[in-house]
Design a protein around this ligand. Structure first.
Ligand code: 13P
Length: 289
């Protein structure tokens, strides 16, 4: 069993200039494809479930499956609870045995968010959770579907303010901060460019790790630049969901009479694996065990 922590990999990533993907899943089939990719490329693996994802797959079930894959593959595999919006949901994830937590208090006022995040950090530390992610500016968009026909606009006032980021990180004691620098959840006609100058300024102000949500569809050259500036983790959900669904749809179109789950899902699993492999290679986490 690999004993290195997620902190260790964040540190290593920042020092060496690569990033971990956080792959979100809500079914055993998606998880299978993602793990296959990490095994093939000898990559440390960070998985995530949102409130919606874990509401379906089950928090205890997600933890148990991840533990089993850890035993089987001997890879460092970590499970993050993504966008926990309430103290209750974050506590449930803690109790279930998640390795890392993201409390998304962006719906709260800045001061209240700090107060609640601080409390969560304290409780999570007692449980031995080493990576707690905070967020104060809402990330625009939705990661539930492709919106290829839609456009999205970001205004400068939606972006993370470096001074506030410094204040938030210092007061809450979070290990990582989710920044808003033009990243959006989901895929659009054209996803916005990242504001890399803004990221540089945040990086100058903030000591904790910086992480990026909304990895699907973001211009690739911007992602590479963001990694060079210091982003250590990029969340991917929409692209995985899209690939999985296309794989399943293609199988059903070819075999409309098929009813056996283990014959229905292999194409969806393979399509998921392909996306995960692309991201692992592109973000540079292959062979970083
Ligand atoms: P995408 O759906 O754009 O990949 O974003 C995922 C995400 O940020 C989950 O927190």
């Amino acid at each position: 069993m690999n004993k290195k922590s997620l902190q260790y990999y964040y540190q290593k990533a920042r020092k060496e200039g690569w990033a971990l993907a956080q792959f979100n899943f809500s079914s055993a089939e998606q998880l299978k494809g993602i793990v296959e990719a990490a095994v093939a490329l000898h990559s440390p693996l960070l998985l995530g479930t949102s409130e919606g994802d874990s509401g379906f797959v089950g928090m205890g079930q997600a933890v148990a499956m991840v533990q089993q894959y850890r035993r089987e593959t001997k890879l460092p595999i970590f499970l993050n609870f993504d966008h926990g919006k309430s103290v209750e949901s974050v506590r449930a994830a803690m109790e279930a045995g998640y390795d890392a937590l993201h409390f998304d208090g962006s719906h709260l006022g800045f001061e209240e968010n700090i107060t609640v995040t601080k409390k969560i950090v304290r409780a999570a530390r007692k449980k031995g959770i080493t990576v707690i992610e905070g967020e104060f500016g809402e990330i625009p968009g939705k990661h539930s579907a492709y919106h290829r026909e839609r456009t999205i606009e970001i205004t400068p006032d939606q972006l993370t303010d470096p001074g506030q980021a410094k204040e938030f990180a210092k007061q809450t004691g979070v290990d990582s901060l989710a920044v808003v620098i033009g990243n959006v959840h989901g895929m659009y006609q054209e996803n916005p460019r990242l504001d890399l100058a803004r990221l540089q300024n945040i990086r100058k102000e903030v000591q904790c790790f910086l992480v990026l949500h909304g990895g699907s569809g973001t211009p690739e050259r911007d992602l590479l630049s963001a990694i060079k500036i210091g982003i250590v983790k990029i969340n991917i959900s929409t692209e995985l969901r899209g690939a999985f669904t296309q794989g399943l749809r293609s199988t059903l179109e070819k075999n409309p009479e098929e009813i056996t789950p283990y014959k229905l899902f292999p194409e969806a699993v393979a399509a998921t694996r392909k996306v995960a492999e692309q991201k692992i290679s592109f973000f540079g986490s292959a062979n970083r065990l």
